[in-house]
Design a protein around this ligand. Structure first.
Ligand SMILES: Cc1cc2nc3c(=O)[nH]c(=O)nc-3n(C[C@H](O)[C@H](O)[C@H](O)COP(=O)(O)O)c2cc1C
Length: 178
């Protein structure tokens, strides 16, 4: 049976909560695995039909070593290895076959609202997904935190669960590519 894989990067845990809520929403329709990017497989399993990736906005884009170090220095964050995260995983992961669907999300501060329209980290995630030959299943989604370290804004976990269910429905009706 086709499985979904959710790969996330999360410095303070907000994006991890979102990843698990998305997985929860998907799990009514298909089996789902959730892994942090620094522990994600080097190659997608042959049964993975949907890859969902997400992480925080750091300096208007995806986290990179210097911004992870900034989170450690300025916020006392615990980051196991500042050189490894979602971008680095997407740069290296092997994709065994064509036709795999993908979707991206990011987390971001809920002010200024302008950021929501600028679409930074998720846009880069989608670019990397396309570069791997994956087909974007649905537009990227953005989830808000109320401050750098969180918590998530009210209702975001529920919205993530619903987005997971929406992705599962889209996957069920998407034409199959071989
Ligand atoms: C170094 C650094 C840079 C950040 N830059 C941005 C930014 O450009 N835009 C934004 O909306 N949030 C920014 N934030 C807030 C993060 O998006 C927020 O910490 C993250 O979404 C929380 O998710 P997490 O708990 O999964 O790490 C930044 C946070 C850090 C630590």
């Amino acid at each position: 049976m086709t499985r979904a894989l959710v790969v996330y990067e999360s410095v303070f845990g907000n994006g991890r909560t979102i990843a698990h809520a998305i997985a929860d929403g998907l799990s009514g329709a298909l089996p789902v695995d959730v892994v942090a990017a620094d522990g994600a497989p080097a190659e997608l399993g042959p049964d993975v039909g949907l890859l969902v990736v997400g992480g925080p906005n750091h300096g208007f884009s995806m986290p990179r070593p210097a911004t992870r170090q900034g989170a450690v220095d300025q916020h006392g964050a615990h980051v196991a290895d500042t050189d490894r995260g979602l971008h680095e995983w997407l740069d290296a992961v092997r994709v065994p076959r064509a036709g795999i669907r993908a979707a991206a999300y990011d987390t971001r501060s809920d002010h200024p609202k302008l950021l929501v329209r600028m679409d930074h980290a998720a846009r880069t995630e989608e670019k990397l997904l396309r570069g791997l030959g994956l087909t974007i299943l649905a537009p990227a989604e953005h989830f808000s935190v109320t401050d750098v370290e969180g918590p998530l804004a009210d209702g975001e976990e529920d919205r993530a669960r619903e987005w997971g269910a929406t992705l599962a429905r889209a996957l069920a009706t998407a034409p199959v590519h071989h």
